[in-house]
Design a protein around this ligand. Structure first.
Ligand SMILES: [Zn+2]
Length: 104
């Protein structure tokens, strides 16, 4: 059944304006803003960063459990399709793996 599949929402919070939008839409709650850190690398994110606002992603699962991930840790998911097809091809052509393949 499709409803048994795990379902995740990812909201990328890049600016303080995004924080306001996330608060208004219920993606974030105020109490989560004070002690937010990346669940993977423990980098303080959002307003918790001492170096100014640190962009992050909020992940929400099907049970409304939520957690924060810094953009670097989230990038394989959030930027996986950001490469233009030409860039992807260039990267592939420059890879050593392909050179190895050409020998055969
Ligand atoms: Zn991280």
């Amino acid at each position: 059944m499709l409803c048994s599949m795990r379902h995740l929402e990812i909201h990328v919070i890049e600016t303080e304006h995004d924080v306001d939008l996330a608060l208004q839409s219920g993606v974030l709650s105020l109490d989560r803003l004070d002690s937010t850190e990346c669940v993977d690398c423990a980098l303080p994110v959002g307003h918790a960063s001492t170096a100014g606002f640190e962009p992050f992603a909020v992940v929400i699962d099907e049970t409304d459990c939520d957690w924060a991930v810094c953009l670097e840790c989230a990038s394989p998911v959030t930027e996986g399709f950001a490469l233009e097809p030409e860039e992807s091809l260039e990267h592939l052509l420059e890879s050593e793996d392909l050179e190895d393949l050409e020998r055969f």
